[in-house]
Design a protein around this ligand. Sequence first.
Ligand SMILES: NC(=O)c1ccc[n+]([C@@H]2O[C@H](COP(=O)([O-])OP(=O)(O)OC[C@H]3O[C@@H](n4cnc5c(N)ncnc54)[C@H](OP(=O)(O)O)[C@@H]3O)[C@@H](O)[C@H]2O)c1
Length: 257
Amino acid sequence: MAAREAPWKTAWVTGASTGIGRSLVLKLAEAGVKVAATARTQANLDDLAALHPNIVPAALDVSDREVVLQSSVPSGAQIGDIDLAILNAGVWHPSWAKDIDGAKAAQSMAVNYLGVVNCVEALLPHMTRQQRGHIAMTSSVAGYRGLPKSCHYGPTKAAIYNLAETLGIELKSQGIDITVISPGFVETPMTSVNDFPMPYIMSPDEAANRILKKLPSKPFEIAFPWQLVWALKLAQMMPTPLYLWQARRSLGRGPDK
Ligand SMILES: NC(=O)c1ccc[n+]([C@@H]2O[C@H](COP(=O)([O-])OP(=O)(O)OC[C@H]3O[C@@H](n4cnc5c(N)ncnc54)[C@H](OP(=O)(O)O)[C@@H]3O)[C@@H](O)[C@H]2O)c1
């Protein structure tokens, strides 16, 4: 994205210290956008900020509602009113269903879902006052259907998709646009733990390019790669008993293999 193409003056990216968020921050900064880059690991954010003067780092745990509401980031205190927020922070605890763990599920929900809700709550007073703003939130193709090893993660991403629909209906009339981002596999610290095939995996730079190419037109959803998106959207359209039968067949003997 060349500087003259960026339709935003300011942006806030959560989960900015590694992976997709880090690539988004760098590309936005290079396109002339002033970016508030937040995550928990200050050292990573400082290293990122050293790469471009448009990057303003701030440590922020999105799962802590009080901290998010008291933060000066959502008001744009350091960079000016926020034009674009990409709520991207996330965690992934892969697990077979037999090992389901309430603590991991709670942490996943606290970061992946409630973390987004906390940031939206903090942003809305400002965007409502501005009568404009664009909020993008990262879901996953894993939110379209229940998938193996996804008992902690999948429900959080399905929740994001549903939240985006609700917000997308209600906030448009106030000048606020909502986009849900549904990536397939991206090569980041998150997926480095995976011990299963990850078809069509792409680099974080490629994922960021795809997101930033489409965001200016404010679509409801940005989903990629098309091969995984179509396969899982088709699965969404299947009657549930048929989907479950097919998924069990594909899984084979699953965790007992
Ligand atoms: N990689 C994939 O294949 C894939 C596919 C679909 C969707 N996604 C989604 O894309 C988003 C980015 O993932 P990624 O692949 O880039 O993973 P990643 O490299 O592990 O990045 C996750 C980011 O979230 C931050 N984070 C975690 N917990 C946080 C918290 N409590 N508060 C604030 N920040 C927190 C991490 O930074 P700190 O640890 O420094 O806080 C890090 O910056 C996630 O929402 C993920 O679910 C990824």
